[in-house]
Design a protein around this ligand. Structure first.
Ligand code: SF4
Length: 494
């Protein structure tokens, strides 16, 4: 439920193309496919065959932020590569100066940077850079990365960028467009996704594979955790810039699967729709409801709801309808309270729910505000009973890796028992999918996940087991305590 206030929201989406005669149009199509990942701002940077860079950025949805006249200015440069970004802020306010890509003039050359994720040592790095004389124009983590590159002595942009990566801690999927190459990078745990594709002689980089489909690109596989891919005139060069984490631990954000990614995206070895449907089936096994009809919360919960209904042999019906035409800008906080916002976006289908026991399936329960209002909508439409089923475990710990759920006090499940949550939501019953069930849906053995924690996925918001220490938080509690890791050596892998 990305558009409603009760769910976490995604940080950003990245789409880039190298070696294409019309890269601006291609990036635009890619950004439209990634619009669900960020609706606050959008931007496109281009690179010309002569190595010149230019950028256009704006606030709002892709169509608002990048009107035809802005795109025409970029097209007039006859570029052959472009990098695009859609943003939802989890660090830094919603302002144009925080929009991406960032175009910076470094001593190594001009470059445009786009970032998805959140650094856990951004505050510490920023203070260190400011002490060395760096002047920041924005509050975004991404500008910290640009300044780190600028502070490196290496004259070559790619070499300086790779060295700067060693200073970063946290979640980052990055793309850097320079005068002579495009770089695509994932953090050592692979918390945020990034994938590669090929379109004839062009190479494409995207946050999700659904954007590759949108431009007709053939998938080339994910950028691996700890990998930097250089795409240039010589083709594709893959470098492992970080050693594999202990025990080959990876930590893809489980929320990408639960609700952030589009259902038609391929992630973690499968498609997101099938994962969600499996999670619904397992939820039915763990917590069957005595209901007459199953209703999913549009849109991200529909796959799980259909799996839940199938497993129980119950009818699955459209009991809630979403209004897709209420724009983001229309619903400003001062214009409408949270209740009104939900009512503007959702309505119950009275004949489906009136007089019936409804099993309401949602993908997650984060702040609890939206769920409460949806329950009210169903009651007002005559539902006899509401049994709320959540296709993920209680979200009890804040996320510091790029999801807008960073304050523990905002988390509904933190400090509440299940019975207290049920009573506050006003439902007849409430049940969550277990973490073991969720990991089983994602293809990881339940026993392994239950014993020592997942080896493939981040589960920190459910268990508090943060794969990357929260360095800025630790430093705030104890100044000087959190030192970045020393640089590691580069190692060419293919
Ligand atoms: S803490 Fe939760 S939301 Fe944040 S990256 Fe980990 S799994 Fe995703």
């Amino acid at each position: 439920m990305a558009e409603l206030s009760g769910a976490p929201r995604e940080a950003c989406g990245i789409f880039a193309v190298w070696n294409h005669p019309e890269p601006v149009g291609l990036v635009l199509r890619g950004l439209y496919a990634l619009q669900h990942r960020g609706q606050e701002s959008a931007g496109v940077a281009v690179r010309t065959p002569a190595g010149e860079l230019a950028v256009e950025r704006g606030m709002g949805l892709v169509g608002e932020a990048l009107p035809p006249e802005r795109l025409a200015r970029l097209r007039a440069l006859a570029p052959d590569a472009a990098l695009g970004h859609v943003r939802y802020s989890t660090s830094g306010a919603s302002r144009l100066e925080n929009a991406q890509p960032f175009l910076v003039r470094l001593h190594q050359g001009a470059s445009a940077l786009a970032h998805n994720g959140e650094l856990v040592n951004a505050g510490r790095l920023r203070r260190a850079l400011e002490r060395r004389g760096s002047i920041f124009r924005s509050e975004s983590d991404s500008e910290v990365i640009a300044h780190l590159v600028a502070a490196r002595p290496e004259p070559d942009l790619g070499a300086a960028f790779l060295e700067a990566l060693h200073m970063l801690q946290g979640a980052f999927a990055l793309a850097l467009l320079g005068p002579s190459a495009l770089w695509a990078v994932r953090d050592p745990y692979g918390i945020r996704p990034l994938t590669l594709g090929r379109l004839g002689p062009a190479v494409v980089v995207a946050s999700e594979s659904c954007a590759l489909d949108a431009v007709g690109a053939e998938p080339l596989g994910e950028v691996r955790p700890g990998e930097a891919v250089e795409i240039g005139p010589g083709g594709l060069r893959r470098l492992r810039y970080a050693r594999p984490q202990e025990g080959d631990r990876e930590a893809l954000c489980l929320f990408e699967l639960i609700y952030l990614a589009r259902p038609d995206t391929l992630l973690a070895g499968g498609d997101v729709h099938s994962f969600r449907k499996r999670s619904g089936r397992l939820l039915a096994r763990e917590a069957p409801a005595a209901a007459d009809v199953v209703v999913g919360v549009p849109d991200s919960s529909l796959s799980a709801a259909s799996g839940y209904a199938e497993a129980l042999g119950l009818p699955y019906e459209m009991g809630l309808v979403r209004n897709r035409y209420v724009g983001r800008t229309f619903i400003e906080p001062e214009e409408a309270g949270r209740d009104d916002r939900v009512r503007l976006k959702l309505n119950a289908v009275r004949p489906v729910v009136a007089g019936r026991r409804v099993a309401l399936v949602d993908d997650s329960l984060v702040r609890g505000t939206t769920a409460r209002q949806i329950v009210d909508l169903l009651r007002a439409a005559g539902a006899a009973e509401v049994h709320l089923r959540i296709a993920s475990p209680p979200f009890r710990f804040p996320c510091r890796y790029g999801i807008d759920a960073s304050k523990r006090g905002e988390l509904f499940a933190a400090g509440r028992t299940r019975e207290a949550m049920r009573a506050e939501l006003g439902v007849e019953s409430l049940a969550f999918l277990s973490l073991e069930g969720l990991l089983e849906a994602a293809g990881e053995s339940a026993s392994r996940a239950g014993a020592g924690g997942s080896r493939r996925f981040c589960t920190a918001c459910f268990r508090g087991d943060y794969p990357v220490p929260l360095l800025d938080d630790e430093e705030a509690a104890e100044p000087g305590s959190a030192l970045p890791l020393p640089p590691l050596r580069l190692e060419e892998v293919s």
